[in-house]
Write a protein that binds this ligand. Structure first.
Ligand code: PEP
Ligand code: MN
Length: 340
């Protein structure tokens, strides 16, 4: 960490800063070589990851505080060049092989879930999705079946052998997600920066893999900060890109493929892409699925419904038969990128 004093602040400012540093036992070095006459730079020695930089930025004579090391270094490929991988109950290795998640936005009924699950499985999905708790914009619209939805997911898991992913919206539902042994716990875009909730998930005794969806407008740094919170207690974290809101009314969201490539290149957690929420438009989902995998994603999550026109939630962005045509293309792109 380098602390840059205000121009011409001079020795009086340096003396004051030295007192602040000495009070906390922080080792430092004055970096005159780079400073010239105008600026004084002070380099902080040792591990600075736990230092609160605001303490220095708040000082009247400090111009700027520069962090040199990556604040998310535990997630960085610099120290962990190999990507993180972990196994699900069916032996599928997230991060080491292509993960294809298919299934309805919401679990609506036994018949709907079973038909949609079979469709997704026949198409080649290796994980089944289905929301039991739905974060709907309008509280009067379908909110999901709650615990009943989780029970139906367990039935579908038994019938298909596919592990299941479902969104947990509230720490009060943790016992239910444990009871039904939900294989991947989804933290939705709306909860991406809900720190008390993330901490509760991170502090579980036997945490399950968590798929963290980036909130629209959540920056890469905020996203990584949220992921690191989870990772501190649970190394099985998946980063999922699902798009930003833009003023454009043509799309519900715009899938941010920059993030897919950037996160994959620089960090070791598995990166998934969700072109269903990332576009909101059924016809765009296949092309953006391919683009997401081409950009480096380890996994794809697509909403699949046996009758999208009758869906209680997100029918306009759900695929049905088209999913069967999409999966082999996705596999081909993945194989081209990864040489397998
Ligand atoms: C979902 O995946 O069902 C969902 C609600 O997604 P998001 O949190 O990305 O809006
Ligand atoms: Mn949805």
């Amino acid at each position: 960490m380098i602390i840059q004093l205000k121009p011409y602040a001079g020795k009086p400012a340096l003396d004051k800063l030295v007192q602040v540093l000495a009070a906390d036992g922080i080792a430092y070095e004055r970096l005159d070589i780079f400073a010239g006459d105008v600026y004084i730079l002070v380099g902080i020695k040792g591990d600075t990851s736990k230092l609160n930089e605001d303490k220095f930025t708040a000082l009247a004579y400090v111009q700027e505080v520069h962090r040199i090391s990556d604040p998310f270094k535990e997630l960085s490929r610099q120290f962990h060049p190999k990507g993180t991988a972990f196994k699900l109950a069916n032996g599928h290795k997230v991060g080491a092989e292509l993960t294809i998640i298919g299934g309805p936005c919401a679990v609506e009924s036994e018949g709907q879930l079973m038909k949609s699950a079979k469709l997704a499985q026949e198409a080649g999905a290796n994980v089944l999705r289905g929301g039991a708790f739905k974060p709907r914009t309008l509280h009067r619209s379908f909110q999901g079946l709650g615990e009943e939805g989780l029970k139906l997911l367990v039935q579908a898991r038994e019938a298909t052998g596919l592990p299941v992913v479902s969104e947990i919206m509230d720490a009060r539902d943790i016992p239910l997600f444990e009871k039904y042994a939900i294989d991947i716990w989804q933290v939705g875009a709306r909860n991406c920066l809900n720190y008390t909730f993330l901490d509760a998930l991170s502090q579980l005794k036997n945490p399950r893999p968590v798929m963290l969806k980036r909130g629209d407008h959540v920056t890469v740094s905020e996203f990584l900060g949220a992921a690191l919170r989870l990772y501190d207690g649970n190394p099985q974290v998946i980063l999922c890109e699902r798009g930003d809101k833009t003023p454009d009314k043509v799309y519900r969201n715009v899938l941010n493929l920059n993030n897919v490539a950037y996160l994959k290149q620089n960090y070791h957690l598995p990166v998934f892409v969700d072109p269903s929420h990332g576009t909101g438009v059924r016809k765009l989902v296949p092309d953006l699925s391919l683009a997401g995998i081409a950009a480096g994603a380890d996994g794809l999550m697509v909403e699949v419904h046996h009758q999208p026109e009758k869906a209680l939630c997100d029918g306009a962005q759900s695929l049905s038969r088209e999913f069967k045509e999409l999966v082999p293309l996705v596999r081909t792109i993945y194989a081209l990128r990864h040489g397998r």
